[in-house]
Design a binder for this molecule. Structure first.
Ligand code: F6P
Length: 323
């Protein structure tokens, strides 16, 4: 293998740049030519591809976002789009791909591999931490810390006004950001999609807090839960607690930005090197991850289809600490 390419796709995540840097420098270390594909699969289809040098990734290890830009490509979902992408790669002699992204990115990569056989190694880059095959994904730790900082600030105002706050965090169908930021932020209750929490349970938890002479409460709500978003949940709870002064705050895309934490930079750097060396060692259709400190390669199909369950101990921890 002489030429490989790297791209980022799907929702950006802090630490993607550190991973790009690691891929580029590891490839050069192994005397490979390395190409950057811009705008994910859209750039692959359009031929938005350039040769990268060591200096192409200078001063990016600390930056959020992705210098290669990102997109969620509709065209790549079509056979015609993938054919164009293949032609762009083969006309440049690109023999292997490193895809940094989440489940949508890897779904595309897996289909592409099955159709055209170009070896691909995925590096898990998503704030959602929802990929089987790695304890943590790039960006998750930063997103949790960003959410936590926001929760701390909201707690100040909640405390000053004796209010109940419903704070919605991202995660799509996963409650990882919610549970970790909820524990770190001392939430009275955390609602995650993995475990059902009824409106009655929310009311009871808040009432219990009141009875224990708490003057303010924080409920962290993961998006994607069955009771709806934080506004919907607050609206269902409000009539049952007429004396409560309720507010809702949706943290949104702030969780996707910012300088990556040390943890994310180191994780991204390790995964970048392991992705390049995986390709060189003949890995073909896998996601690289770290489990219990060890680098592991998981078939892409398994990485996207197997669920990564939330640690039930963490849910229990919230319950116990909120009395
Ligand atoms: O997958 C990352 C993520 O930030 C999810 O947590 C969220 O549901 C989604 O992307 C938001 O996507 P978009 O940026 O397209 O609105």
């Amino acid at each position: 293998m002489k030429k490989i390419a790297v791209f980022t796709s799907g929702g950006d995540a802090p630490g993607m740049n550190a991973c790009i840097r690691s891929v580029v420098r590891s490839a050069l270390y192994h005397e490979l030519e390395i190409y950057g594909i811009k705008y994910g699969y859209n750039g692959m289809i359009e031929g938005d591809i350039y040769k990268m040098k060591s200096y192409s990734v200078s001063n990016i290890v600390q930056r959020g976002g992705t210098i290669l830009k990102s997109a969620r490509s509709k065209d790549f979902m079509t056979k015609e789009g993938r054919k164009k992408a293949y032609e762009q790669l083969s006309s440049r002699g690109i023999e292997g791909l490193i895809a940094i992204g989440g489940d949508g990115t890897f779904t595309g990569a897996n289909i592409f591999f099955e159709e055209y056989g170009i070896p691909v190694v995925g590096a898990p880059g998503t704030i959602d931490n929802d990929l089987f095959g790695s304890d943590y994904t790039i960006g998750f730790d930063t997103a949790v810390n960003t959410a936590l900082e926001a929760i701390d600030k909201i707690r100040d105002t909640a405390m000053s006004h004796d209010r109940v706050f419903f704070i919605e965090v991202m995660g799509r169908h996963s409650g990882y950001i919610a549970i970790q930021s909820g524990i770190g932020g001392g939430a009275e209750l955390v609602m995650v999609p993995e475990t059902s929490t009824t409106i009655n349970e929310v009311i009871n938890a808040l009432q219990k807090g009141k009875d224990a002479q708490k003057t303010s409460s924080i409920v962290v709500v993961a998006e994607g839960g069955e009771e709806g978003n934080a506004h919907e949940i607050a609206a269902k709870v409000a009539p049952h607690l007429p004396k409560a002064d309720i507010r809702v705050s949706t943290l949104g895309h702030i969780q996707r930005g910012g300088n990556p934490t040390a943890f994310d930079r180191i994780l991204a750097s390790r995964l970048g090197l392991a992705a390049v060396e995986g390709l060189l060692n003949g890995e073909k259709n896998v996601m690289v991850g770290i489990i219990d400190k060890e680098v592991v390669y998981t078939n892409l199909k398994i990485a996207i289809s197997k669920s990564k369950p939330l640690d039930q101990d963490l849910i229990r921890l919230v319950e116990i600490l909120s009395i």
